[in-house]
Design a binder for this molecule. Structure first.
Ligand SMILES: CC(C)(COP(=O)(O)OP(=O)(O)OC[C@H]1O[C@@H](n2cnc3c(N)ncnc32)[C@H](O)[C@@H]1OP(=O)(O)O)[C@@H](O)C(=O)NCCC(=O)NCCS
Length: 147
């Protein structure tokens, strides 16, 4: 939770997950991932501000880190988003310090688009957190040409 607003209470986590699960559009939403019977984490495509855009996100339980799972799930969501849903652009954002998330974005073929200062959203930042952030993205034509 270091780059995700810090540790939360169970009630705060439940509220954040309710918001995430309510934030859907046709064909996109949130997917849970399992390793055998064990919940490993979730991957999400959330509606972006512009039509045809979606924001990719992922969070895994720590014991499943560095096994290729974030990449595997994210590649599947890119395929789903572009081929099944017909999205035009998929982007992802994270804070500048979150190198694991940026490495995941780069490894699935998203390109660095911009550095920016993120809004002071309490879902993502505790008071005093560094809000320097980055955006990565890939467009439909570019993704189709490579896949
Ligand atoms: C970010 C996160 C989802 C990455 O999950 P993961 O399953 O460990 O990532 P993968 O094993 O699929 O690795 C994907 C790529 O990132 C690289 N990577 C992963 N963690 C890294 C790290 N800490 N430092 C450098 N590179 C890293 C991998 O080497 C791989 O690159 P490659 O394909 O070129 O070899 C995981 O660390 C996590 O859940 N963090 C906490 C929640 C979070 O920060 N979510 C993102 C919010 S924006």
């Amino acid at each position: 939770m270091r780059y995700l607003g810090g540790v939360r209470t169970r009630e705060q986590s439940a509220e954040a997950l309710r918001k995430l699960l309510a934030n859907t559009a046709p064909g996109i939403g949130c997917w849970a991932g399992f390793v055998e019977a064990g919940f490993a984490g979730y991957w999400a495509l959330r509606p972006g501000d512009a039509p045809g855009e979606a924001e990719l996100g992922y969070r895994l339980l720590r014991r499943y880190w560095r096994k290729g799972l974030a990449k595997e799930g994210s590649l599947e969501l890119l395929r789903h988003g572009f081929r099944e849903v017909g999205l035009d652009r998929i982007f992802a954002g994270t804070v500048a310090g979150n190198k694991a998330s940026q490495a995941t974005m780069a490894s699935i073929g998203l390109r660095h688009i911009r550095d920016f200062i993120a809004d002071d959203n309490p879902d993502y930042f505790a008071p005093g957190d560094d809000r320097h952030a980055v955006e990565y993205a890939v467009g439909r034509e570019e993704w189709l040409a490579r896949n």
